[in-house]
Design a protein around this ligand. Structure first.
Ligand code: HEM
Length: 90
């Protein structure tokens, strides 16, 4: 998908892989805040189609976080893959 700035928008690896996932990025509370508000702790805004999910309660987003922690980590460098795919498609 192409964002408003013309650059490719890619979803993130939400697994707890140390290198390519969100493990180092998010502890539980910041994860809940970011998903609900659409703003990361560093102030950067999540791009569409990742909309703020204010309809979800802290408990619900917390449950998603807890679940993600139970999923086996997958090493998946999305940025690298989409760049490769982009080059193939050209
Ligand atoms: C409850 C469901 C969802 C949760 C818990 C969730 C969680 C997250 C989190 C935590 C991030 C930030 C990762 C980071 O800091 O790099 C993110 C980014 C993103 N999500 Fe979601 N997401 C959800 C649903 C969706 C849906 C439905 C879409 C698409 C239709 C989506 C598309 C994206 C995209 C494109 C990004 C990257 C935004 C950017 O780089 O600025 N997400 N998501």
């Amino acid at each position: 998908m192409v964002g408003e700035d013309g650059n490719k928008v890619t979803a993130q690896n939400l697994m707890f892989d140390e290198q390519t996932g969100i493990a180092k990025k998010y502890s539980r509370e910041p994860f809940i805040k970011t998903v609900k508000t659409g703003v990361r702790s560093d102030g950067s805004i999540l791009k569409l189609p990742m909309e703020p999910k204010m309809v979800l309660s802290d408990r619900e987003v917390g449950a998603i976080y807890d679940y993600l922690k139970t999923v086996p980590k997958i090493h998946n460098d999305i940025a690298q893959k989409t760049t490769a795919l982009h080059l193939v498609n050209k």
